[in-house]
Design a protein around this ligand. Sequence first.
Ligand code: SAM
Length: 234
Amino acid sequence: MNKINDFSRKSPGRLYIVGTPIGNLEDVSFRTIHILKKVGLIAAEDTRHTRKLLSHYDIHTPLTSFFEHNEEKKTPYLIDKIKKGNDVALVSKAGMPCISDPGYYLVKKAVENNIEVVPIPGPCALILAVAISGFSTRSFVFEGFLGRTKNQRIKKLKELLKEKRTIVIYEAPHRIEKVLSEIRKVLGDRQIVVARELTKKFEEIIRGRVSEVEKIFSQKKPQGEFTLVIEGTK
Ligand code: SAM
Protein backbone atom coordinates (compact mmCIF):
# COMPACT_ATOMS: atom_id res chain seq x y z
CA MET A 1 0.00 0.00 0.00
CA ASN A 2 1.18 3.52 -0.74
CA LYS A 3 2.05 5.02 2.64
CA ILE A 4 1.72 8.59 1.41
CA ASN A 5 -1.85 8.12 0.19
CA ASP A 6 -3.85 5.07 1.07
CA PHE A 7 -7.26 6.01 -0.33
CA SER A 8 -8.86 3.29 -2.43
CA ARG A 9 -8.51 4.12 -6.11
CA LYS A 10 -11.53 5.38 -8.05
CA SER A 11 -9.77 5.70 -11.40
CA PRO A 12 -6.65 3.99 -12.76
CA GLY A 13 -4.67 7.24 -12.51
CA ARG A 14 -4.89 10.28 -10.25
CA LEU A 15 -4.75 14.01 -10.73
CA TYR A 16 -2.58 15.74 -8.13
CA ILE A 17 -3.08 19.47 -7.58
CA VAL A 18 0.29 20.52 -6.24
CA GLY A 19 1.13 23.80 -4.51
CA THR A 20 4.63 25.07 -5.29
CA PRO A 21 6.74 27.94 -3.87
CA ILE A 22 5.72 31.57 -4.38
CA GLY A 23 9.33 32.67 -4.29
CA ASN A 24 11.37 30.71 -1.81
CA LEU A 25 12.40 27.37 -3.30
CA GLU A 26 12.71 25.87 0.18
CA ASP A 27 8.95 26.07 0.69
CA VAL A 28 8.44 22.55 -0.59
CA SER A 29 7.39 19.54 1.47
CA PHE A 30 8.86 16.03 1.33
CA ARG A 31 5.50 14.89 0.03
CA THR A 32 5.55 17.44 -2.80
CA ILE A 33 8.93 16.16 -3.94
CA HIS A 34 7.79 12.56 -3.65
CA ILE A 35 4.65 13.20 -5.72
CA LEU A 36 6.44 15.23 -8.40
CA LYS A 37 8.98 12.39 -8.74
CA LYS A 38 6.48 9.57 -8.92
CA VAL A 39 3.85 10.96 -11.34
CA GLY A 40 4.20 10.15 -15.05
CA LEU A 41 3.66 13.72 -16.19
CA ILE A 42 3.65 17.24 -14.76
CA ALA A 43 1.30 19.76 -16.40
CA ALA A 44 2.89 23.16 -15.73
CA GLU A 45 1.67 26.69 -16.33
CA ASP A 46 5.21 27.83 -17.10
CA THR A 47 7.50 24.93 -18.00
CA ARG A 48 10.70 27.02 -17.88
CA HIS A 49 9.89 28.27 -14.40
CA THR A 50 8.93 24.80 -13.13
CA ARG A 51 12.09 23.28 -14.61
CA LYS A 52 14.11 25.39 -12.15
CA LEU A 53 12.18 23.92 -9.22
CA LEU A 54 12.54 20.40 -10.60
CA SER A 55 16.28 20.70 -11.15
CA HIS A 56 16.73 22.13 -7.63
CA TYR A 57 15.20 18.92 -6.25
CA ASP A 58 16.70 16.56 -8.84
CA ILE A 59 13.29 15.66 -10.29
CA HIS A 60 13.29 14.35 -13.87
CA THR A 61 9.57 13.88 -14.56
CA PRO A 62 8.46 14.99 -18.06
CA LEU A 63 6.66 18.33 -18.31
CA THR A 64 3.86 19.49 -20.56
CA SER A 65 2.57 23.04 -20.81
CA PHE A 66 -0.85 23.88 -19.38
CA PHE A 67 -1.75 27.55 -19.26
CA GLU A 68 -4.81 29.81 -19.41
CA HIS A 69 -5.05 29.80 -23.20
CA ASN A 70 -4.57 26.06 -23.83
CA GLU A 71 -6.38 24.78 -20.72
CA GLU A 72 -9.58 23.70 -22.50
CA LYS A 73 -7.71 22.23 -25.47
CA LYS A 74 -5.23 20.34 -23.31
CA THR A 75 -7.70 18.99 -20.74
CA PRO A 76 -9.04 16.02 -22.81
CA TYR A 77 -5.44 14.89 -23.44
CA LEU A 78 -4.66 14.89 -19.70
CA ILE A 79 -7.97 13.24 -18.76
CA ASP A 80 -7.27 10.52 -21.32
CA LYS A 81 -3.78 9.94 -19.91
CA ILE A 82 -5.16 9.58 -16.37
CA LYS A 83 -7.92 7.22 -17.52
CA LYS A 84 -5.23 5.06 -19.09
CA GLY A 85 -3.54 4.71 -15.70
CA ASN A 86 -1.03 7.58 -15.60
CA ASP A 87 -0.77 9.87 -12.58
CA VAL A 88 -0.59 13.54 -13.55
CA ALA A 89 0.43 16.49 -11.35
CA LEU A 90 -0.74 20.03 -12.05
CA VAL A 91 1.47 22.93 -10.95
CA SER A 92 1.17 26.63 -11.63
CA LYS A 93 3.94 29.18 -11.92
CA ALA A 94 3.65 29.91 -8.21
CA GLY A 95 1.44 28.86 -5.34
CA MET A 96 -1.71 26.79 -5.57
CA PRO A 97 -3.02 25.90 -9.02
CA CYS A 98 -6.66 26.97 -9.57
CA ILE A 99 -6.28 30.04 -7.30
CA SER A 100 -6.16 32.94 -9.79
CA ASP A 101 -4.31 30.39 -11.92
CA PRO A 102 -5.30 27.70 -14.44
CA GLY A 103 -6.72 24.40 -13.24
CA TYR A 104 -10.40 24.86 -12.46
CA TYR A 105 -11.55 23.48 -15.82
CA LEU A 106 -9.25 20.44 -15.57
CA VAL A 107 -10.44 19.65 -12.04
CA LYS A 108 -14.08 20.01 -13.13
CA LYS A 109 -13.56 17.59 -16.01
CA ALA A 110 -11.63 15.18 -13.76
CA VAL A 111 -14.53 15.14 -11.31
CA GLU A 112 -17.01 14.55 -14.16
CA ASN A 113 -14.86 11.60 -15.27
CA ASN A 114 -14.79 10.09 -11.78
CA ILE A 115 -11.05 10.70 -11.51
CA GLU A 116 -9.54 10.99 -8.06
CA VAL A 117 -8.28 14.53 -7.47
CA VAL A 118 -5.67 14.77 -4.71
CA PRO A 119 -4.60 18.11 -3.16
CA ILE A 120 -0.92 18.42 -2.25
CA PRO A 121 -0.60 21.47 0.05
CA GLY A 122 1.80 24.29 -0.64
CA PRO A 123 2.12 28.06 -0.26
CA CYS A 124 -0.70 30.34 -1.33
CA ALA A 125 -0.17 34.11 -1.22
CA LEU A 126 -3.69 34.93 -0.06
CA ILE A 127 -3.54 32.56 2.91
CA LEU A 128 -0.12 33.84 4.00
CA ALA A 129 -1.21 37.47 3.69
CA VAL A 130 -4.47 37.07 5.57
CA ALA A 131 -2.72 35.09 8.32
CA ILE A 132 -0.19 37.86 9.02
CA SER A 133 -2.65 40.73 8.47
CA GLY A 134 -3.75 41.12 12.08
CA PHE A 135 -7.32 41.55 10.79
CA SER A 136 -10.05 39.08 11.67
CA THR A 137 -9.35 35.68 10.13
CA ARG A 138 -12.59 34.22 11.41
CA SER A 139 -14.02 34.77 7.95
CA PHE A 140 -12.62 36.55 4.93
CA VAL A 141 -13.45 37.08 1.29
CA PHE A 142 -10.99 36.58 -1.56
CA GLU A 143 -11.70 38.65 -4.67
CA GLY A 144 -8.69 37.67 -6.80
CA PHE A 145 -7.81 40.49 -9.22
CA LEU A 146 -10.33 43.35 -9.22
CA GLY A 147 -10.05 43.80 -12.99
CA ARG A 148 -7.99 45.44 -15.71
CA THR A 149 -10.27 48.42 -16.29
CA LYS A 150 -11.18 51.17 -13.86
CA ASN A 151 -14.91 50.43 -14.36
CA GLN A 152 -14.47 46.76 -13.44
CA ARG A 153 -12.49 47.64 -10.33
CA ILE A 154 -14.86 50.34 -9.11
CA LYS A 155 -17.84 48.03 -9.64
CA LYS A 156 -16.21 45.26 -7.57
CA LEU A 157 -15.20 47.73 -4.84
CA LYS A 158 -18.73 49.11 -4.64
CA GLU A 159 -20.00 45.56 -4.11
CA LEU A 160 -17.55 45.28 -1.20
CA LEU A 161 -18.60 48.50 0.50
CA LYS A 162 -20.69 46.82 3.20
CA GLU A 163 -18.48 43.75 3.51
CA LYS A 164 -17.76 43.02 7.17
CA ARG A 165 -15.33 40.20 6.47
CA THR A 166 -11.64 40.82 5.84
CA ILE A 167 -11.06 41.36 2.10
CA VAL A 168 -8.10 39.90 0.22
CA ILE A 169 -7.13 40.90 -3.31
CA TYR A 170 -4.28 40.21 -5.72
CA GLU A 171 -2.86 43.08 -7.74
CA ALA A 172 -0.17 43.64 -10.35
CA PRO A 173 2.62 46.10 -9.35
CA HIS A 174 1.86 48.54 -12.20
CA ARG A 175 -1.74 48.96 -10.94
CA ILE A 176 -1.06 49.17 -7.19
CA GLU A 177 -1.07 52.95 -6.95
CA LYS A 178 -4.27 53.29 -9.00
CA VAL A 179 -5.99 50.53 -7.01
CA LEU A 180 -5.03 52.03 -3.64
CA SER A 181 -6.51 55.36 -4.67
CA GLU A 182 -9.70 53.60 -5.87
CA ILE A 183 -9.94 51.65 -2.60
CA ARG A 184 -9.64 54.88 -0.59
CA LYS A 185 -12.27 56.64 -2.72
CA VAL A 186 -14.80 53.78 -2.67
CA LEU A 187 -14.20 52.01 0.67
CA GLY A 188 -12.77 54.95 2.60
CA ASP A 189 -9.39 55.43 4.26
CA ARG A 190 -9.39 52.04 5.97
CA GLN A 191 -6.66 49.99 7.55
CA ILE A 192 -4.83 47.91 4.97
CA VAL A 193 -1.95 45.46 4.90
CA VAL A 194 0.19 45.33 1.79
CA ALA A 195 2.13 42.06 1.64
CA ARG A 196 4.96 42.43 -0.85
CA GLU A 197 7.26 39.70 -2.17
CA LEU A 198 6.17 37.15 0.44
CA THR A 199 8.77 34.45 1.14
CA LYS A 200 11.35 36.28 -1.03
CA LYS A 201 14.51 38.20 -0.26
CA PHE A 202 12.77 41.59 -0.26
CA GLU A 203 9.67 40.52 1.64
CA GLU A 204 7.94 43.52 3.14
CA ILE A 205 4.73 43.94 5.11
CA ILE A 206 3.33 47.47 5.08
CA ARG A 207 0.56 48.28 7.56
CA GLY A 208 -1.46 51.45 7.90
CA ARG A 209 -4.31 53.46 6.45
CA VAL A 210 -4.66 53.36 2.66
CA SER A 211 -3.53 57.00 2.42
CA GLU A 212 -0.37 56.20 4.43
CA VAL A 213 0.54 53.36 2.07
CA GLU A 214 -0.15 55.61 -0.93
CA LYS A 215 2.31 58.11 0.51
CA ILE A 216 4.99 55.43 0.82
CA PHE A 217 4.51 54.39 -2.80
CA SER A 218 4.55 58.00 -4.03
CA GLN A 219 8.14 58.12 -2.72
CA LYS A 220 9.20 54.61 -3.71
CA LYS A 221 7.82 52.95 -6.89
CA PRO A 222 6.02 49.69 -6.04
CA GLN A 223 7.96 46.68 -7.32
CA GLY A 224 7.43 42.94 -7.04
CA GLU A 225 4.32 40.95 -6.21
CA PHE A 226 1.58 42.29 -3.97
CA THR A 227 -1.33 40.90 -2.02
CA LEU A 228 -3.62 43.42 -0.34
CA VAL A 229 -5.62 42.68 2.79
CA ILE A 230 -8.29 45.24 3.68
CA GLU A 231 -10.11 45.44 6.96
CA GLY A 232 -13.83 44.74 6.66
CA THR A 233 -16.31 47.47 7.57
CA LYS A 234 -17.18 47.69 11.29
N1 SAM B 1 -1.82 30.75 -7.43
C1 SAM B 1 -1.13 31.79 -6.74
C2 SAM B 1 -1.30 31.60 -5.23
O1 SAM B 1 -1.62 30.50 -4.80
O2 SAM B 1 -1.07 32.54 -4.48
C3 SAM B 1 -1.56 33.16 -7.22
C4 SAM B 1 -1.30 33.39 -8.67
S1 SAM B 1 -1.79 34.95 -9.25
C5 SAM B 1 -1.60 34.74 -10.98
C6 SAM B 1 -0.42 35.96 -8.89
C7 SAM B 1 -0.72 37.00 -7.85
O3 SAM B 1 -0.61 36.42 -6.55
C8 SAM B 1 0.27 38.15 -7.86
O4 SAM B 1 -0.11 39.14 -8.80
C9 SAM B 1 0.15 38.66 -6.43
O5 SAM B 1 -1.00 39.45 -6.27
C10 SAM B 1 -0.03 37.33 -5.65
N2 SAM B 1 1.29 36.83 -5.25
C11 SAM B 1 1.97 35.80 -5.80
N3 SAM B 1 3.16 35.63 -5.20
C12 SAM B 1 3.23 36.58 -4.23
C13 SAM B 1 4.23 36.93 -3.27
N4 SAM B 1 5.37 36.27 -3.22
N5 SAM B 1 3.96 37.96 -2.44
C14 SAM B 1 2.79 38.64 -2.50
N6 SAM B 1 1.82 38.34 -3.38
C15 SAM B 1 2.04 37.34 -4.24
